[in-house]
Design a protein around this ligand. Structure first.
Ligand SMILES: [Zn+2]
Length: 224
């Protein structure tokens, strides 16, 4: 299986590794276009996972940073501008998930909590799960001070080698490690490797455009 992501003529990225699952539709937005999402949340950098079965579009003021569902025909989405967008699918039960993981969500193990809740609510087994990580800020552009780094050191054992005043943080790697710890096979985890801060022509970045960053949507739905 390939790790490649493809930019469609509609201005939306899709993960090749997800395309064999023809029962789903997903996409990662850019400056030019966003996929359509029926249900989004009021995102608050929490570790709250919402099972949106039975929800309708008017629930959108609910707070949380991850959505899960196994209902067909319902596109769930999260908005990002630097944070890691992670889309999840369970190839056996056809449950899907969308996760907004900034440093707080990563420190709060949000993606692990999402996988666990999919297990409780839908019977998802980590071995059946696939994950796609979209455009986000990468370690080339994401340097944080000691205070923030202290919250993330559990996922970077290599940091123990020497003290630093600041750290270049690879948030997608921390999330990959959390998913692997949860039992998702490493070959099921795809990363587009695109940096929102470097690739300013294509993506909005909060770090780069502090005053008025736009937002990109990442969305997934079970079609049937
Ligand atoms: Zn960069």
């Amino acid at each position: 299986m390939t790790n490649s992501f493809r930019l469609g003529p509609d201005g939306i990225y899709r993960c090749d590794g997800f395309q064999e699952f023809i029962w789903q539709k997903h996409g990662f937005g850019t400056r030019d276009a966003n996929p359509q999402a029926d249900i989004t949340l009021k995102q608050v950098h929490s570790s709250r996972v919402c099972n949106v079965n039975g929800w309708h579009a008017q629930n959108r003021e609910q707070e949380g940073d991850a959505l899960i569902t196994d209902e067909a025909g319902k596109a769930i989405g999260i908005r990002t501008a630097d944070c890691v967008p992670i889309l999840l699918l369970d190839c056996r039960t056809r449950a899907v998930g969308a996760v907004h993981a900034g440093w707080r969500g990563t420190a709060g193990e949000l993606v692990q909590k999402t996988i666990e809740q999919m297990g409780r609510d839908f019977g998802t087994k980590p071995a059946d799960m696939y994950a796609a990580m979209g455009p986000c800020i990468r370690c080339c552009c994401y340097e944080v001070g000691r205070d923030v780094a202290a919250n993330l050191e559990a996922w970077f054992p290599e940091w123990r080698e020497h003290e630093e005043m600041s750290r270049k943080v690879n948030l997608p790697l921390a999330n990959r490690r959390q998913m692997e710890d949860a039992g998702v096979p490493s070959g099921h985890i795809f990363d587009c490797e695109l940096c929102t801060a470097c690739q300013s022509g294509q993506f909005f970045s909060f770090r780069r455009e502090h005053e008025n960053p736009g937002r990109m949507l990442a969305a997934i739905s079970r079609l049937r």
